[in-house]
Design a protein. Structure first.
Length: 312
């Protein structure tokens, strides 16, 4: 069987990449660390593009698509480190919303974020219009929200006075797979900027990228990404077609993507050296997003254990 994305899916990905490269540069991500809501201000435009309503029915203002239509777009939001609850909203919440909420959610008129499974934490809860908690849609005014410290300042967290949260298999799989797609995009960005730095940074009169030790680190990241990307796309195909083994494929995707992104973050810091650890440098905006997402919706160890349970 030959698997490939359609021309329309690739065109939508390219349009999303161009939009985010233009409208969500590192300066906007950095600003989200200190602004009032930790978000980009691009939510309405994302809705107008159709990104937020990919999984919503056409009769309710969505595109009526499936996860194969969404996975490449989520990858691009990861590449840009977009400070928005796109996975929680577009992948997790929208497919389960009632008819009164799905249309404004698909268009970007409202934001619906979801509690992180296995915890009492909700990303972007404070500025959201609705919260999805244990499959129930809740008004934020009906629960007590307590701001919590987060490793990624552009991914604000609140603790909610209920939980820990759990979801049915389909909602959990969409959340884990969407997060895996973002991790692939994050890792690709980290590899790209590190390769550029290795070409520009000179030591002993030559680019550091000419050193074999640096080449090996970058090659290891490239290899990890070459393995993780297709596994994530296989997971998207399984979810879209409701494959009987989709839970295993999703867990493989999250484990591979988490490993690849953490490797990319670690090697990016090593290659950049001291400047990569500084707050003024943009690298930490991506590495901290990797650390946050690798631990969300099940870390690599949790998903490997899920795979083992299914196999054994």
């Amino acid at each position: 069987m030959r698997f490939a994305f359609t021309d329309d899916q690739l065109a939508f990905r390219d349009a999303t990449r161009d939009f985010l490269a233009r409208e969500c540069p590192p300066e906007r991500v950095r600003a989200a660390w200190t602004n009032t809501d930790g978000r980009s201000g691009l939510w309405q435009q994302l809705g107008e593009m159709g990104l937020l309503g990919v999984l919503a029915p056409e009769e309710h203002g969505g595109l009526g698509g499936d996860f194969l239509d969404l996975v490449l777009l989520l990858e691009e939001t990861g590449r840009a480190a977009l400070p928005e609850p796109v996975v929680e909203h577009a992948a997790v919440a929208v497919p389960g919303l009632g008819t009164d909420l799905v249309e404004p959610a698909a268009s970007g008129e409202i934001t619906v974020t979801a509690g992180l499974p296995g915890s009492q934490l909700v990303a972007y809860a404070d500025p959201a219009d609705r919260l999805l908690l244990d499959g129930d849609v809740v008004d934020p005014d009906d629960v007590v929200l307590t701001p919590c410290p987060a490793v990624d300042g552009a991914r604000r967290l609140c603790s909610v006075d209920r939980g820990p949260f759990g979801y049915d298999g389909d909602a959990f799989d969409r959340g884990a797979l969407g997060t895996a797609a973002q991790l692939v995009g994050l890792a690709q960005h980290l590899l790209d900027v590190t390769v550029d730095y290795a070409k520009a940074r000179h030591q002993f009169g030559v680019p550091i990228g000419s050193f074999q030790a640096v080449k090996h680190k970058l090659a290891d990241v490239r290899l990890a990404l070459e393995l993780a990307g297709p596994v994530v796309y296989r997971g998207a195909h399984s979810v879209a077609h409701r494959d009987a083994d989709r839970a295993v494929h999703v867990s493989m995707a999250k484990a591979y993507a988490s490993d690849a992104a953490l490797l990319a973050a670690g090697h990016a810091l090593q290659v950049h050296g001291a400047i990569g650890y500084s707050y003024e440098h943009d690298l930490h905006l991506w590495t901290k997003r990797v650390w946050a997402l690798a631990a969300s919706w099940g870390d690599a160890a949790w998903h490997r254990h899920r795979i083992a349970r299914a196999i054994l």
